[in-house]
Structures are given as structure tokens and as C-alpha cells.
Design a protein around this ligand. Structure first.
Ligand code: UFG
Length: 337
């Protein structure tokens, strides 16, 4: 059973590769290193004991990606590859539409051609937009606030439409909430390019002394302490959710969306304090203005994934803080160390 993992050298992709290998799947990675480092492959080898086949390919390049379909007898695809920085997507929308949408179209065309019609897609809770109220359920109307989110919403639609055209397709659209944490070994983790956009990598860079203090974006939200509330999920729980979704997709046809979250909301200050307690380090912070496009509260209704996939998150926010810090402190400069 061979699984193509696009974006398999990235943060969530690399953790999922480990789970796949552990479960006995043959894995083939494609990644263009646009937001990943070659060192990840050494770490994956160290952790899995396997040389996972890797192709440095941007999935928009059809002939290069075709070679991968020619060389491997694939059964399914887990599709992570895509740009993911919200702010950058607002500044450079065409870069996002071009890469994320074209890449997926090329991938799905080849899947059709090679009769590989099973896909697990890396979507996002961002598709719930600004008007739904948490807890978010999969049947809520979708909308987005930035081009990155719009690419996720469009790709969900591409997959739905493809299933209507050809009922042999089978897909899971996984709507991630806020993935944080790292492999417990501290050997793989999140390694953002430049200044981190997301909360946890920013906190860990403050903790390790690379940044002076955390800027808290907004303290006047209607939440228990005024700061934004999110559903943080350990990346290893997320990786396990992909295995459950893959099993479902391999055993059925049709398209289903699933929330992958814990169902619990924590504010920015809750996370800061959990991090301080779990790791015995201080995180200086400053309360600042809201970040445009942010919502007050986001957390998942997790019942569908639990009932249909038999999956639920197991790690606590303290576990997530411990593992994020363990990764950052043993790799202060990420994979460049
Ligand atoms: N935050 C800060 N300071 C920072 C960074 C973040 O206060 O330096 C706050 C945000 O305002 C928000 C919370 O921390 O309240 C989480 O912010 P993140 O940027 O970590 O995550 P978001 O919820 O904004 O976005 C994440 C992913 C997106 C995805 C979205 C889905 O980054 O890719 O969840 O809801 F689309």
C-alpha cells in the first residue's frame, strides 16, 4: 500500500510520515522545499529507520510529478503541499492562487490519469469564516477572509465536484484547528521561515531568546480574558487523525469533511501561562491591537471525527507546550542547527 505525501517535508507532513511508516504504509514524499529543509529527511530516517523515497518536485510541474506517478504504484494521496501564510496571501494573492490551486489541479489530473482516486486533503478551520459561531460543525456555511483560506475552500469544492463527475473518488477534507507541539523526540518540529506568524513558534522563539517579547494581538475580545480563543491540537494527534481518515478513504467512496481539533478553546494568555508552567520559563508579553482578519473564538465540534473515524485528540495543552519547547530548545535555529 503506497501513499504519496505532497508537502511531506513540512511541519504536519513530516509528523504524518512517521505515523504512516509506523503503521506499515509505504510512503513517497514530494516537496519543493519552499517551506521545509532537506535536513528533515535525515531526521525522518533517524526516527523511522527507513529511507523514505523523496522527490524534490513542485506539484505545479506536471511532467516532474508524472515521473513520480510513473515510478511508484500509488494507492492514495495525502495532500499537504501549499503556501500557508495568511498575511502573505493578502499581499500576494496571485502567488497563492497560482501555487495552491494549480498544484492541486495538476495533482488531481494525474490522479485521474493513473487511477489513484483516494485523497486526504489538508484543509483548515479558516473555511468557517467570520460569521459562524463556535463550536464549528462541518455542515456550517463556508466563507473566508483571506486568499489563503479561499484556496482551501476552493480546493474542497474541486474535490466535491470531481466526486460528482466520477463516483469512484473518495476524499476526506480535514479541517485543522491550530496545530502546535512537536514529536516527543525533539528531532522534528515547526521551523518557520523568517518571523513566525503563529502564536506557538513566536512563544518558543521568545523563550529561546531570539525575540524579546510576545505581542498579544487584541485584549478586548469578548472572551474570558479579552484575548483570542483557539482550539490548539498536538501535531501528533493531528498526524494520527490522518491515518484514521486515510483508512476511511481507502475503504469507501464519497467526500466528507472532518474537524480535527480538541473541542476546547484556550486564550492567548492561557497558552502563555500553560507554557510558563509546563516549562518553567517566563514569556514576557505586551498587549497590542487586534490583528486584522482574526476572530474572537474558534473551536471545533469534534463529534463527527469521533463517530465516523474513531479518532479523538489525546494530548493536553501542557503536553503541547512541553513538546514545542523541547523541539525549540534543542534546535534553537530549527533545522539549520
Ligand atoms: N497571536 C498573538 N500574537 C502572535 C501570534 C498570534 O497574539 O504573535 C494570537 C492570534 O491573534 C490568535 C491566536 O494567537 O488569537 C492564534 O494565532 P495563530 O496565528 O497562531 O493562528 P490563527 O488562529 O490565526 O490561524 C491558524 C492558522 C491558519 C488557519 C487558521 C484556522 O495559522 O493557517 O488557524 O482557523 F487558517
Amino acid at each position: 500500500m503506497a501513499i504519496l505525501v505532497t508537502g511531506g517535508a513540512g511541519y504536519i507532513g513530516s509528523h504524518t510520515v512517521i505515523e504512516l511508516v509506523k503503521k506499515g504504509y509505504e510512503v513517497v514524499i514530494v516537496d519543493d522545499y519552499s517551506n521545509a529543509k532537506p535536513e528533515v529527511l535525515n531526521r525522518l530516517k533517524e526516527l523511522t529507520g527507513k529511507d523514505v523515497p523523496f522527490h524534490e518536485v513542485n506539484i505545479c510541474h506536471k511532467e516532474a510529478l508524472r515521473e513520480v506517478f510513473e515510478q511508484h504504484d500509488l494507492d492514495a494521496v495525502i495532500h499537504f503541499a501549499g503556501y500557508k501564510a495568511v498575511g502573505e496571501s493578502v499581499a500576494q494573492p496571485l502567488k497563492y492562487y497560482s501555487n495552491n490551486l494549480n498544484g492541486t489541479i495538476v495533482l488531481m489530473e494525474l490522479m485521474n490519469e493513473y487511477n489513484v482516486k483516494k485523497i486526504v486533503f489538508s484543509s483548515s478551520a479558516t473555511v468557517y469564516g467570520m460569521t459562524n459561531e463556535a463550536p464549528f460543525t462541518e455542515d456550517m456555511p463556508l466563507s473566508t477572509t483571506n486568499p489563503y483560506g479561499t484556496t482551501k475552500m476552493f480546493i474542497e469544492q474541486f474535490i466535491q465536484d470531481q466526486y460528482v463527475a466520477d463516483n469512484a473518488w473518495s476524499a476526506a477534507l480535514l479541517r485543522y484547528f491550530n496545530p502546535i507541539g512537536a514529536h516527543e523526540s525533539g528531532r522534528i518540529g515547526e521551523d518557520p521561515n523568517d518571523i513566525p506568524n503563529n502564536l506557538m513558534p513566536y512563544i518558543t522563539q521568545v523563550a529561546v531568546g531570539k525575540r524579546e517579547k510576545l505581542s498579544v494581538f487584541g485584549s478586548d475580545y469578548e472572551t474570558h480574558d479579552g484575548t483570542g480563543v483557539r482550539d490548539y491540537i498536538h501535531v501528533l494527534d493531528l498526524a494520527k487523525g490522518h491515518i484514521k481518515a486515510l483508512e476511511k478513504v481507502l475503504a469507501s467512496t464519497g467526500v466528507e469533511a472532518y474537524n480535527l481539533g480538541t473541542g476546547k478553546g484556550y486564550s492567548v494568555l492561557d497558552v502563555v501561562h500553560a507554557f510558563e508552567t509546563a516549562n518553567n520559563v517566563e514569556i514576557p508579553y505586551e498587549l497590542n491591537d487586534r490583528r486584522p482578519g482574526d476572530i474572537a473564538t474558534s473551536y471545533a465540534d469534534v463529534s463527527k471525527a469521533k463517530n465516523a473515524l474513531g479518532w479523538e485528540a489525546t494530548y493536553s495543552v501542557e503536553d503541547m507546550c512541553r513538546d514545542s519547547w523541547n523541539w525549540q530548545k534543542s534546535n534553537p535555529n530549527g533545522y539549520d542547527d
